[in-house]
Ligand binder design. Structure first.
Ligand code: AMP
Length: 144
């Protein structure tokens, strides 16, 4: 899917927001929902998505929503750091299939990094154990 197009309400993150699909929830407020990535590129890979939004990518998000969204990203990133004590954190997002985007509801990746440890490939690793993701989500949530 290119940068142009219509929001598809059947995308997987819209289903998670509607409660039609499960997630290992880390955090929720009026603006964002955060949950564990099921194909994590590293231990603790967390996603932050805007609620009440039909932005497929960062370019489409309304400027009025950016403050709450970015505050949510920082809140969760700080909690990931406190819970897992990584050496570094990648915070990133992709816009359009050509850039690597695979789910077309705006989201930010928070990917902890440890010195000397390679991270998995984007959106092509193995599925994590749901029980382990729930434990990680609880550890991170406890630091918010
Ligand atoms: P992107 O490729 O930037 O659109 O990222 C989409 C991310 O969503 C990838 O890192 C996938 O591993 C992740 N993902 C896909 N389906 C789910 C799901 N049901 N729950 C949590 N994460 C998912």
């Amino acid at each position: 899917m290119s940068l142009q197009g219509q929001y598809d309400p059947s995308n997987i993150f819209a289903k998670i927001l509607r409660g039609e699909m499960p997630c290992a929830k880390v955090y929720e407020d009026d603006h964002v929902l955060a949950f564990m990535d099921v194909f994590p590129q590293s231990r603790g890979h967390t996603l932050v998505i805007p609620k009440s939004s039909e932005a497929r990518n960062f370019l489409e998000e309304s400027p009025e929503r950016l403050g709450g969204l970015m505050l949510g990203v920082q809140t969760v990133a700080r909690a990931v750091r406190a819970a897992l004590e990584p050496d570094g954190l990648v915070i990133t997002q992709f816009n359009g299939a050509a850039a690597g985007q695979t789910v077309f509801h705006l989201h930010f990746h928070i990917i902890p990094r440890w010195e000397g440890q390679a991270i998995g490939r984007h959106a092509s690793g193995g599925m994590a154990d749901p029980g382990e993701l729930r434990v990680l989500a609880a550890e991170i949530a406890a630091r918010i």
